[in-house]
Design a binder for this molecule. Structure first.
Ligand code: MF3
Ligand code: CO
Ligand code: CO
Length: 326
């Protein structure tokens, strides 16, 4: 199942994988050092905050199941998150700092009447996460200018009408590096394959079964320590959504459940460590990692992606995109 260096590359080029999308020198990117983080931005008092921002108490991870009324509110939060991700992603360019992306995203939250859920969550100091190259997740926006050929994941969670909508996508900076496009495109497709595998009254593990063998067949590794999560009134609810096959996972999904699917794929080993800022997770080998995320609803027949705009746009891909890719 796992792709070896001397196997033919998955892309159909007929080159050896190690001379094509698995070329370790083409995949290498500058290691990302921690930069300077500016002061937290403020949100007008009229915009309602999640309770943890004021109390400091994070609610326990309870299951998130929607009724007709709560679903209307969750749809709004998810549409806002999708809109902010698209518009912030549109600002990614050579020389732009992740702090500037944070400012753009923060101002869009305020403009759309949303509170940025990350801001003040367990002490997180910024309004979005920005994870560059070998940063696996939870990068804090700072003063590092993006460089040509970098990849950056932007993760947006918007709190609207008492609900959280959570979505992320990985963007190329300047001219995409072909080997990194393999990682990014595979991670997007893995996310969508995972979502497409969801069926009511079937195991949650259908997601991992769709993601992990697919990722490994292309020579990438799936992060095991982080997963998706129930989402709705609670930011990080139950269940934990594993993206790797785990025979101890016995969760069965039911209609009305809402959770995220957000696999992280690594071009090197999927081992990482937390930086001294207490958040940034760096791949031990500094090899680039990518991630995509959607908030989804389990329906009577399958799953629906909620994190799209009112007119169906998203930076993280649609099930229609998946049909075209397969
Ligand atoms: N949005 C992230 C997720 O997908 C969580 C970020 S929490 C933060 O679950 F505190 F790091 F911002
Ligand atoms: Co997220
Ligand atoms: Co999430």
């Amino acid at each position: 199942m796992k792709l070896k260096a001397n196997d033919p590359c998955w892309c159909g080029s007929r080159d050896k994988h190690k001379r094509c999308h698995g070329d370790r020198s083409a995949l290498a990117r500058p290691a990302v050092a921690l930069g300077n983080v500016s002061a937290p931005r403020s949100v007008p008092d009229e915009i309602a905050r999640p309770s943890y921002v004021t109390t400091g108490i994070v609610p326990p991870p309870t299951p998130q199941i929607q009724d007709a009324e709560s679903l209307i509110r969750l749809r709004r939060a998810c549409a806002v998150a999708a809109e902010i991700l698209l518009r912030t992603g549109g600002q990614v360019d050579v020389g732009v700092t992740t702090e500037e992306l944070d400012r753009v995203a923060h101002d869009l939250h305020v403009e759309l009447g949303a509170y940025p859920s990350d801001l003040g969550y367990r002490g997180f100091p910024k309004s979005i996460c920005t994870s560059v190259n070998g940063v696996v997740c939870h990068g804090i926006p700072d003063d590092r200018p993006l460089e040509d050929g970098d990849i950056v994941n932007i993760d947006v969670t918007a709190f609207v009408d008492g609900m959280h909508g959570d979505t992320s996508a990985t963007f190329h900076v300047g001219t995409p590096v072909t080997a990194l496009a393999g990682l990014v495109d595979t991670t997007r497709e893995a996310t969508l394959r995972g979502i497409a595998a969801i069926r009511p009254f079937e195991p949650l593990q259908r997601i991992a079964e769709a993601i992990e063998p697919f990722a490994e067949s292309r020579g990438y590794r799936v992060v095991r320590e982080y997963g998706g999560h129930g989402i709705g009134e609670t930011f990080h609810g139950a269940p934990h959504v594993s993206h790797h096959v785990d025979r101890h996972d016995d969760v069965v999904v039911v209609p009305g459940m809402t959770f995220t699917v957000e696999p992280m794929l690594c071009s090197g080993r999927a081992r990482f460590h937390r930086a001294r800022d207490g958040w940034t997770e760096h791949a031990d080998d500094d090899r680039p990692c990518a991630q995509f995320e959607h908030t989804v609803l389990v329906t009577d027949t399958a799953a629906e992606i909620l994190t799209t705009t009112h007119d169906g746009r998203t930076a993280a891909g649609t099930l229609h995109d998946l049909e075209r890719a397969r």
